[in-house]
Ligand binder design. Structure first.
Ligand code: SF4
Length: 83
């Protein structure tokens, strides 16, 4: 039997999923300045996700997104209004 471990309250950067994170970073680089969240707001959003009960293994269990990607869009909102 495989021992599957879920990293609770881990963003991708902490969960060792470097391939997914690299893909997300490439996609974020393609956003325009008007689309992209500024760095202070991005860090704030990820800090909130990092404390959130719905974060598991780099994924938001409320919306199914990768917070590192969702938070990068200025227009996006947290489904629980934490940011
Ligand atoms: S997007 Fe919102 S609900 Fe989802 S993990 Fe982040 S803070 Fe939690």
């Amino acid at each position: 039997m495989n021992d599957v471990r879920i990293c609770r309250r881990c963003l991708l950067i902490e969960s060792g999923r470097a391939d997914v994170l690299e893909d997300i970073r490439r996609r974020i680089e393609k956003l325009t300045e008007n689309e992209k969240t500024d760095s202070a707001e991005y860090e704030f959003r990820l800090a909130k996700c990092g404390e959130c009960e719905f974060l598991a293994d780099g994924t938001c269990l409320k919306c199914g997104c990768y917070p590192e990607f969702r938070a990068a869009f200025k227009k996006n909102k947290c489904p629980k209004s934490y940011w």
